[in-house]
Design a protein around this ligand. Structure first.
Ligand SMILES: [Zn+2]
Length: 467
């Protein structure tokens, strides 16, 4: 008897973990960290609702920490199987997971220094060594739809999901799962990209599936029509007129590359002058190298730029800084320049050093290109705070603050329906996950209304038999 259990990514967009059981084997699809609300984050510290030693294999849909950040903890708790994921995701995880380990160590140090722990010594959830141990279990898979043997009785097919570099939608085939000897095919959308997103291909159309799981991040919202290109061109041209810097806080993997791609396009279309672009993030520098590595991930335009021996993520006058010394040198620069630095919500990282100079400058511009979660420095500035605390110092906010909408790596609900249209059969059941409760319910409603399918919104810890 086959079954699926939902141990994350339900009622929330974080902590994705779905456990398939069949043929006496257990396969975990995604192994994400819970983030955000305290009651969710505490789950990272509780005993998991399954025994990590009994998991035979893990399948990872994409590199984002809410799908992968629990992997080092799983390994630390005794998981010894293999971790199957796309080749590009493997390379991105080599950058992300050790960094996540260092962040966990820093957080534990901080709690110890501040006496914030109820325990004698606060320990990290995992450290850099645990992250490296997890990396040794990775098995890189081509994101091209070919069958991959996972464990006995399980086959998987990885295809481009279009969400970020390396993201896969994964069809898991459980062989001999029915009494008549037929297999059960379960399709996981992972996080779905939207159509016509730059750099990566559109999501691969599904073909046949007995069960489907779709994400519902935007289950109750639609992306606006306003073009992020035009907004970005306006911001840059205005700053150029004033001969002043622009600071763009951006996540090092994904958003930074999208911004670079866009700036290069605007330069080539002569919609903006060629200005110095400074990418100040060691992680971004490494991630950008991964982007050109795997042809199977690129959309036509990206591929065609590469064939012309040009770099799609290189603007006309660009400098990438990895070392601290090079980063410091940026402080001496004058005039208009575009500084892109992490973290994207200004919760840490080098962007804070730049912010200390840019925020008090009434002619400079701070541009937000991503979601700013409640409580972050980015959110406070966006909400109009005139002063923010950075490195224990109160910094006045006098610069222009702009927000550019339209950068999202997620399909909205209409795009999810468009994707589902490719399915050539009526699935036995569809599950909506990876959404806040309202969004998951709304997505379920859209699918019922459009296709009349049997849809279920799972709850945390629920197990459903597949037959
Ligand atoms: Zn994601």
């Amino acid at each position: 008897m086959a079954a699926i259990s939902f141990y994350g990514g339900v009622g929330t967009v974080t902590g994705s973990k779905y456990l398939l059981e069949h043929n006496g084997k257990k396969v975990l699809v995604d192994c994400g960290l819970f983030q955000g609300l305290k009651e969710l984050r505490e789950r990272n510290w509780q005993e998991p609702p399954f025994n990590p030693r009994e998991i035979d294999a893990v399948i990872i849909t994409h590199a984002h920490i809410d799908h992968t950040g629990y992997l080092p903890r799983l390994v630390k708790s005794g998981f010894k199987g293999k971790v199957y994921t796309s080749r590009a995701t493997c390379d991105l995880l080599k950058i992300l997971l050790p960094d996540s380990g260092r962040l966990q160590e820093e957080e534990a140090d901080y709690r110890n220094r501040k006496g914030l722990t109820r325990h004698e010594i606060a320990l990290p959830l995992y450290d850099e060594n645990d992250a490296n141990a997890a990396l040794r279990l990775l098995v890189p898979i081509a994101n091209d739809g070919n069958a991959v043997e996972i464990v006995e009785g399980f086959k998987a097919y990885f295809n481009v999901a279009g969400h970020i570099m390396g993201a896969s939608l994964v069809l898991v085939e459980m062989e001999n799962a029915r009494e008549n000897g037929d297999s059960i095919k379960f399709l996981f959308s992972g996080d779905l990209g939207h159509y016509d997103q730059p750099i990566v291909k559109d999501p691969t159309a599904p073909t046949f599936a007995d069960y489907v799981m779709v994400e519902s991040t935007y289950g109750n919202r639609l992306h606006g029509d306003e073009s992020s290109e035009d907004q970005m061109a306006d911001v840059i041209n205005e700053a150029a007129k004033n001969n002043q810097p622009i600071l763009i806080p951006a996540f090092a993997i994904g958003r930074t590359q999208e911004i670079l791609y866009l700036i290069r396009e605007l330069e080539e279309a002569e919609k903006i002058p060629v200005l110095p672009v400074r990418v100040d993030s060691p992680m971004a520098a490494q991630a950008t190298q991964v982007y050109n590595r795997f042809q199977e991930e690129h959309d036509e335009e990206y591929a065609s730029i590469l064939t012309q021996k040009r770099h799609p993520l290189r603007t006309g006058s660009m400098l990438t800084t990895s070392s601290r010394a090079d980063s410091m040198k940026l402080n001496d620069e004058k005039g208009t320049r575009i500084i892109i630095s992490a973290s994207g919500m200004m919760t840490g990282g080098r962007v804070l050093h730049h912010a200390m100079r840019v925020l008090p400058n009434e002619n400079a511009t701070l541009v937000f290109v991503g979601y700013q979660a409640a409580g972050t420095t980015g959110r406070k500035i966006l909400d109009g705070d005139r002063e923010v605390k950075i490195f224990k110092e109160w910094i006045p906010v006098r610069c222009h603050v702009r927000r550019i909408e339209g950068f999202s790596a997620h399909a909205d609900w209409k795009a999810v329906l468009r994707w589902l249209e490719g399915l050539q059969n009526t699935p036995q059941m569809l599950f909506t996950t990876h959404g806040e409760p309202d969004a998951a319910e709304a997505m379920a409603g859209h699918v019922r209304e459009r296709f009349g399918w049997n849809v279920h919104v799972p709850s945390y810890g629920e197990t459903i038999e597949l037959e």
